[in-house]
Design a protein around this ligand. Structure first.
Ligand code: G3P
Ligand code: CA
Length: 320
């Protein structure tokens, strides 16, 4: 069993050990724990009956058999939203590897998508699992929680951020000394957590690309000096998309963008996402090569990865 590392580089198991087991399953969380991840990530949404479940999308389509079991319950856009189902209904679903709209696996070569042994966990269940493993193994793996689209939940009449902060507190996660990090792409919702919910948890502002999604937050602005100053006034770190920290496609391949340095000057941690062994630029090919390139940059403080074992293997080989 890997020993818990207290090194400076934080390994965050992205949606569990999702390179090996379907994302956001208890099995995947247990595997990430065994691999020695420092934190295990949970994306969370609310059900109709106000249970926090661990799910990346607002809807259930891409990772469950909801369309087979509840035909007709989709909204006009064709999606089966978790918020339209009670937990008892969601518990009947089978979770599988993420599929694309055409039914092909999003990541060919990962766990067989036709396996039916996995279920959607609640956040309560997953934290109980991690805390139980911490006790039985003597390790102290943290939780790294992202309430998904709090503004959308608010329009649906639900306070996702408040429910999340309350549940974390119930499990003993209340301040920066605890092994929990709260992350969001939504600047206003993180400010709400800090200033109105009075959470003293470590807060990480995620930064995406404006072109990806409809978002209440201007990500281009967040990467400016003014944006970073605004984040640093209430939060502890940023979670940028990896190519926002180092050029991975252009003529400056391998060169820093300057974002890590700028964030560090503001005292902000930088946890970049997402390192996947099966979705690397062709020039890199392996996690080891990617980590070599990252090691040559101003030091990230950590990385979200679908393959925590490979990142840890690299770090241990370099004496971290
Ligand atoms: O939360 C960090 C990373 O997971 C952000 O992207 O879309 O996988 O939640 P996403
Ligand atoms: Ca996430």
């Amino acid at each position: 069993m890997p020993t818990h590392r207290t090194g400076e580089f934080t390994v965050i198991a992205h949606r569990g050990a999702s390179g090996y087991l379907p994302e956001h399953t208890l099995a995947g969380a247990a595997m990430a724990h065994e691999m020695g991840a420092d934190y295990i990530e949970q994306d969370v949404v609310l059900t109709r009956d106000d249970e926090l479940i661990v799910l990346h999308d607002l809807y259930l389509d891409a990772v469950t058999d909801v369309a087979d079991r509840f035909r007709g319950r989709q909204r006009d856009d064709g999606h089966y939203y978790a918020i339209d189902f009670d937990l008892a209904e969601i518990r009947t679903l089978r979770v599988h590897e993420r599929l694309k709209v055409n039914g092909d696996p999003a990541f060919p070569g990962r766990f067989p998508p036709d396996t039916t042994v996995f279920r959607v966990p609640t956040l309560r269940e997953e934290i109980a699992l991690i805390q139980g493993l911490n006790r039985s193994t003597g390790r102290d793996v943290g939780v790294y929680v992202e309430p998904k689209s709090p503004a959308w939940h608010s329009r649906e009449g639900k306070d996702l951020m408040a429910e999340t902060v309350l549940l974390l507190a119930e499990f003993g996660y209340r301040d920066r000394g605890d092994r929990a990090i709260l992350q969001s792409f939504d600047l206003e919702s993180l400010k709400y957590a800090r200033h109105e919910l009075n959470s003293d948890l470590t807060l990480v502002q995620l930064i995406g690309e404006n072109r990806w999604r409809e978002s209440p937050t201007d990500f281009d602005y967040l990467r400016t000096e003014a944006g970073l100053a605004e984040i640093a006034a209430f939060a502890d770190g940023i979670g940028p998309w990896l190519p926002q920290t180092v050029d991975l496609s252009g003529v400056n391949f391998g060169k820093t963008t300057g974002l890590v340095e700028a964030a560090h000057r503001r005292g902000l941690l930088v946890h970049a996402y997402t390192l996947r062994a099966d979705q690397l630029p062709a020039e890199l090919g392996t996690i080891e090569a990617a980590m070599e390139l990252l090691a040559a940059q101003p030091r990230l403080d950590g990385v979200f990865t679908d393959h925590p074992d490979q990142v840890i293997h690299y770090l241990e080989s370099k004496g971290y």
